[in-house]
Every structure is written in C-alpha cells, then in structure tokens.
Design a protein around this ligand. Structure first.
Ligand SMILES: Cc1ncc(COP(=O)(O)O)c(C=O)c1O
Length: 474
C-alpha cells in the first residue's frame, strides 16, 4: 500500500525533490554555454531515455537525470542568440525566473475571487500596453496562451458584436435555428460570416475562421506586402454586410510587414465593421520612438493582440489580448453555470470572461515581474537594438556578392536569397548549420521561391553572429 500523502506532505523526500529542481533551474537560467541542441528520432529517445513511467516511479533524481541528459538536449534552445527561425523566444532572466514562482504558488488566474493579486498585476501590464497603443481607459482584456487563441477570441467577440447589432430574424417553420449560447437573451439573429484580411495574414486567422465556420476574404497586396485601406474598402463594398471583422497585421510573420492600419481603420469604420489588429509578433515595436509611426491607427482598433513570448521577452506562452471596450469581450465569452454563479454574479474583473477559456494560469506575471524589475525603458532599447541590427544586416546583404535582399525590413525580419540556390541547397545548408551547432535558421519561401530568413529579436544576437552565418552559405 502506498502513502498518497507522500506527494504533497513536506518531508525530507519533498525537500530533496524541490532542491534538485531548483538547482537544475538555477544552472539552466545562469548557464552561458547551453548548446543549441537538436531533435532526435522517437526511436533514439526511447532507446536513450528508457521507460520512465511504471507503478513505483523511478525517483526524482533519475527522472531529472533523464531530463537533463536526454530530453533537454533534444529540445532546441529557443533563447540561443543564433536561433533565428520562426519567431524566437528570448525571455529576460527575471521573467524566466519568475515563472518558477507562478508554478510554486499554485496561483489561479481565472477569477478575482481566487487570484485578485495576480489579476491586479496582470491588469497593470495590460493597461500599460493599452496606453502605449493609444487605446482608451475602457480597454482591457486578458493574457491567453498564444496569438492563435488571441485572434480566435477577438474574432468571436467581433462576430458577437455584429450579431448583437443585427435585427432578430424569426426562422420560418421547418428552418434550422442557429445554435444560441444564451437563449434567454438572444433570438434567432443571423450572424455575418466573413473576415477581411491581407492575403499574407497569419495562418491563425484562417484557423479561427475554420473553427468559427466563417470565411476569410484574403485581400491581395502589392509588391511591398502592405494591406491598404482602399483594398479593404473594395472588399467591404463587395461583401458589404456579410463581413464582421477586418484584420490588420502589425508585423507579418514572414517579413515583419506592418499593414496601413490607419487606412484600414478608416475603411472599417465607414462600414461599421470591427477592426482587429494582429500584432502578435510586431506590435511590441510600437514601444520604440523610431518605429511608433508605423503603427498609427492602432488606437482605433476594437481589439489587438501582442505576444509577450515573442518581442516582450517573456517565456512561453503568453498573448496579451486587449479589447477597446472590455465589455465586448465579456459579452462574447463569459461562461454560465450554476457552480460559477458566485463569480459571474459578482461585479469583479474575472479574466476567464475575456477569451475562449476558463481555468487559466496567470501567465502575464512573468512579464509583470520583469517590467517591474527593469522598467520599460530597457524594453524600448532592446527592441530598438533589434530594429537597428535588422537594418545593418540588410545593408550587408545588399552589398554582399551572391546575395539578394528580398525586401527591405520594416521590423526585425530579414529575408534574403543566396543567388543560384534551389530549395534543396537551403535545406542542406540549414541542416548542416544545426548539425554543426552553429545556428538555427530554417528556410522560408515567398512567391514560390525558397529563401533564408533571420528573425532578429534576441538582444544577445550580434552582427558578427549574422555575418558568420552568411559566411557559411557557400
Ligand atoms: C502575426 C502573427 N499572428 C499570430 C501568430 C500566432 O501566435 P502563436 O504562435 O502564439 O499562437 C503568430 C505567430 O508567429 C504571428 O506571427
């Protein structure tokens, strides 16, 4: 017979487990030579790790040993300065360390009743971001898991707002009635089904549309990749009252392109359509005086997202979702159930009410702690540093023989081609870079042509790191 209390009581065994984990975390957080590492095959990991789960447990020491020596080295070090693929994650040391505190304290971030202190701190960060974006006092929201869930939750709120504005439609006998979430307050209102966005918008917008059974109207963009107000106006004129949201991208993933948000805001407001700004990657750059102008018009958005696990130096996973009118988020997302009445009948600020979730970790706290520790100024300087480095390496690529810059970077993403290379050349080169533990740079493509792409975000990435990688493209 086992002792169930063993897992929770504070005993010598518990103390030893906690110490082991803290020692490892300290080593990793303060390490200056963690290798880039790389994935292994499932068969290799099975062989190396062995069986770790059985009836009696293998013990914390052995489990941590497997993690440290087998599993962790099979995970690419996303905070390595030469991790330049996708969108890197470079948590500040304060933010990463504080994530331990969030777990250690078993904090619940769904309701004010249970997590008032944590929610207060998260809200201070959300208010700070909202004021940086020029949004009004009514703005508010929640930290969700990532940009994908942020976009989905914002678009659900947009459709809900459009539905609420529509006159009620009484279905004819025999016609299916649309499912209602709250039948006591809503009767048979038809919802518009279309979302207008750039053809280069992030894949999560299409994913949200699929989940919502909505349709994406992808508006083609010109050679500079920027979606403009006129193009949105034309799409709105064509699809008129079938559209419930326009999405502007504030920093596309592939190129870091910022749409003409002010022009798009004009078009959206002419048609009375919700404007959502997907700034998951790029909106953080608005914190820098030099890039601020690129985001003019954000202050008119009905909702915005920005991911702290990208350019705000927080650990995975966090997306700040902010509604212009927080009530619009609440109306769309509050869950009703008898056991939740204590929460929903109170006038408290419950973060669960603002997205497609209920239970939540207060994942905004690592960013709060880091901002409180270092101040906002160093964030602005760190982001400005990445913007500068992107310009410098773009200049270098423009002048290097055998290289072609695909587009001048607006933010921190630099896309270029090695003249004469085919897809297979990029793939071989990229695998070799990782095999040699030199850098992690995966190929991308544009208009059917393979290219290489640096996503520059980690403040520890240097010009020499980048030229060193270019030198390997022979
Ligand atoms: C512009 C943009 N929107 C949305 C997302 C999705 O965010 P997440 O990966 O956090 O779900 C990304 C991710 O890179 C992105 O760059």
């Amino acid at each position: 017979m086992t002792d169930p209390a063993r897992m929770h009581d504070v005993t010598d065994e518990t103390r030893a487990i906690v110490q082991l984990v803290l020692d490892y975390s300290e080593r990793r957080l303060l390490s200056e030579d963690t290798p880039l590492d790389k994935p292994q095959t499932p068969a290799e990991l099975t062989r190396l790790a062995g069986r770790t789960i059985d009836e009696d447990g293998i013990g914390a020491r052995r489990a941590l040993d497997v993690f440290e020596n087998v599993l962790a080295p099979a995970c690419i070090t996303t905070d390595d300065p030469r991790y330049l693929s996708f969108i890197p994650c470079a948590p500040s040391k304060a933010a990463a360390a504080f994530d331990l505190v969030v777990s250690a304290s078993a904090l619940y971030g769904g309701s004010w009743l249970e997590g008032a202190g944590a929610v207060h701190a998260e809200n201070e960060v959300l208010r700070w971001l909202a004021s940086e974006f020029g949004m009004p006092e009514t703005a508010g929201g929640v930290f969700v898991q990532g940009g994908t869930l942020g976009n989905l939750s914002a678009l659900v709120a947009a459709r809900e707002a459009a539905r609420a504005r529509r006159p009620a439609v009484t279905p004819r006998v025999g016609e299916p009635v649309e499912p209602q979430h709250d039948p006591s307050t809503r009767s048979g209102t038809a919802a518009p089904r279309k979302i207008v966005c750039s053809a280069e918008a992030h894949s999560s917008v299409a994913s949200a549309a699929r989940i919502m059974d909505a349709e994406v109207i992808g508006v083609p963009v010109g050679a500079d990749g920027v979606l403009r107000g006129d193009a949105v106006r034309a799409a709105l004129a064509e699809h008129s009252d079938e559209v419930f949201a326009v999405v502007a991208t504030a920093g596309s993933t592939n190129f870091g392109i910022v749409d003409d948000i002010a022009g798009i805001a004009d078009a959206a407001s002419e048609y009375g359509v919700w404007l959502h700004v997907d700034g998951a990657y790029g909106l953080a750059a608005m914190l820098t005086p030099t890039a601020r102008h690129l985001f003019a018009g954000v202050e008119r958005a009905d909702s915005v997202i920005v991911d702290p696990h990208k350019w705000l130096f927080a650990p995975f996973d966090a997306c700040a979702l902010i509604y212009r009118d927080s009530d619009a988020g609440r109306r769309a997302h509050t869950q009703h159930a008898e056991y939740l009445d204590t929460l929903t009948e109170a006038l408290d600020w419950n973060p669960s009410d603002f997205a497609a979730h209920l239970t939540r970790r207060p994942r905004g706290l690592p960013l709060w702690f880091s901002l409180a520790t270092y101040g906002a100024g160093v964030y602005r300087d760190a982001i400005a540093g990445s913007l500068r480095l992107a310009q410098e390496i773009a200049d270098e690529i423009e002048h290097r023989e055998g290289f072609t810059l695909v587009r001048r970077p607006q933010l921190g993403v630099v896309v270029f081609e090695r003249d004469g290379w085919e897809k297979a050349d990029y793939a071989t080169w990229s695998s070799r870079l990782l095999d040699d533990q030199h850098a992690f740079v995966t190929p991308s493509s544009h208009a059917g042509r393979t290219n290489a792409r640096f996503a520059i975000l980690n403040p520890r990435t240097t010009f020499a790191d980048l030229t060193g990688i270019l030198d390997t493209m022979r």
